[in-house]
Design a protein around this ligand. Structure first.
Ligand SMILES: Nc1ncnc2c1ncn2[C@@H]1O[C@H](COP(=O)(O)OP(=O)(O)OP(=O)(O)O)[C@@H](O)[C@H]1O
Length: 308
C-alpha cells in the first residue's frame, strides 16, 4: 500500500504538489490523472524517494522508501524510460539492478522473457527504440517481483500490441492482489483499465474514487430518443422545457429532461418511441471539464486552412 499524507513539494516559486493525501490500495489499478505539469511525476518521485517532500510524507507499506531493506522487492517503478545507461546492454542493466537488490541472475532472464526483450538482451540500450526502452523500464520495475508497481506513462511509445501487453500485465498484477499506480494521458485506456482514479490539478487533489463512480457522478448525462416522427416529439419535449437537438441519424438528443420524463411525455402526446436511452460522458469529457481551470499549458485551436 502507498500512502501520502499532506504531501507537498515546492520548486522555488512553483508549488508542484500541494497537500496531497491519498492511498493506493492493493488488488486494484489506480489511475493517476492530471493535466501536464499537475504534479504526477513529482508525486511518484517522492514516493520512490527521488525527491524530498517540502512537507508531509509518502510511505510504502508503512515506511518511507529509503527505509525499505530491499526496495525492488516491495515496490517497482518505471519513472523514466531513458534512465538506463545507453552504453550498457539490456541484460547488464537488469543484472546491475538485480545485484544491488539481492535478486538472482535467473530472474533477469525471466524478466527479459516477460517483457519480450530476450532476443535483443545483448544490444546496447542506446540503440533501443522508445517502445523497447519502455519495456526495459517495466522489466526493471518487475525485477524484484514486487507487491506494488508505480508506472509513469508506461504506454508512451508502445505500439498497439505493446499497449495490450501493458494492460494485460497491470490487470493480472492487480488480480493477484497487488497494487498498480499508473499515470497516463490516454483517457480511453484508463477508463477501460483502471478500477480507481486519483485526479490532481496544479498539485491539488480533485478526485479520489472508483472509476465508474467518478465518471457516472460527474457526467452530464444526455437522453437519446429515436422516434418515427421526431419533429412532433421534438416540439413536445421543447414545450416541456427540454433542449433538443436533432442528430444526423434522425435521433434526438435531449438535455434537461430525465429518461422517464421523455418516455412519459411521448406517451401522453401519443407519439411512438422506438428507442430511448441515456448516455454518460466519457472519462475524457469528465476529465476535461473538471480540470479545465487547472490546465497550465493550452494550445490555441488549430488554424483553419486558408480559404476553408
Ligand atoms: N526538478 C524540478 N525543478 C523545478 N521545477 C520542477 C522540477 N520538477 C518538476 N517541476 C515543476 O513541477 C510541476 C509539476 O511537474 P510534474 O512533472 O510533476 O507534472 P506532471 O503532472 O508529471 O506533468 P506531465 O503530465 O507533463 O508529465 C511543473 O510545473 C514542473 O515544471
Amino acid at each position: 500500500m502507498i500512502e501520502t499524507r499532506g504531501l507537498t513539494k515546492r520548486f522555488g516559486g512553483t508549488l508542484a504538489v500541494n497537500d496531497l493525501s491519498v492511498t493506493v490500495r492493493p488488488g486494484a489499478i489506480t489511475g493517476f490523472l492530471g493535466p501536464n505539469g499537475s504534479g504526477k511525476s513529482t508525486t511518484m518521485r517522492m514516493i520512490m524517494g527521488l525527491d524530498r517532500p517540502t512537507s508531509g510524507n509518502a510511505t510504502v507499506n508503512g515506511r518511507p522508501y529509503h527505509r525499505l531493506r530491499y526496495p525492488l522487492r516491495e515496490i517497482g517503478a518505471l519513472l523514466d524510460a531513458e534512465a538506463a545507461h545507453p552504453g550498457r546492454s539490456a541484460h547488464d542493466h537488469l543484472l546491475c539492478l538485480a545485484h544491488s537488490n539481492g535478486i538472482s541472475r535467473a530472474r533477469v532472464a525471466d524478466v527479459l522473457d516477460l517483457v519480450g526483450l530476450s532476443a535483443v538482451a545483448g544490444r546496447r540500450v542506446g540503440r533501443f527504440s522508445l517502445g523497447m526502452k519502455q519495456r526495459l523500464g517495466i522489466g526493471a520495475a518487475l525485477l524484484g517481483d514486487p507487491e506494488i508497481l508505480v508506472l509513469d506513462e508506461p504506454m508512451n511509445g508502445l505500439d498497439p500490441e505493446g499497449i495490450l501487453w501493458v494492460r494485460t500485465l497491470m490487470r493480472s498484477f492487480a488480480a493477484q492482489g497487488r497494487a498498480v499506480f499508473v499515470s497516463s494521458h490516454l483517457m480511453n485506456e484508463m477508463q477501460g483499465t483502471a478500477d480507481h482514479v486519483i485526479v490532481i490539478g496544479q498539485g491539488r487533489l480533485i478526485a479520489d474514487e472508483a472509476m465508474a463512480a467518478f465518471v457516472a457522478g460527474n457526467s452530464l448525462a444526455t437522453v437519446h430518443v429515436r422516434a418515427p416522427h421526431p419533429m412532433v416529439l421534438q416540439s413536445v419535449l421543447e414545450a416541456a422545457g427540454g433542449q433538443v437537438r436533432k442528430e444526423s441519424d434522425g435521433s434526438l438528443t435531449v438535455i434537461g429532461l430525465s429518461t422517464s420524463r421523455v418516455g412519459d411525455l411521448a406517451l401522453t402526446a401519443g407519439v411512438a418511441v422506438h428507442e430511448l436511452w441515456t448516455r454518460n460522458d466519457s472519462l475524457e469529457s469528465v476529465f476535461m471539464r473538471l480540470t479545465r481551470e487547472h490546465v497550465e499549458f493550452r494550445a490555441d485551436a488549430p488554424m483553419t486552412m486558408a480559404g476553408a
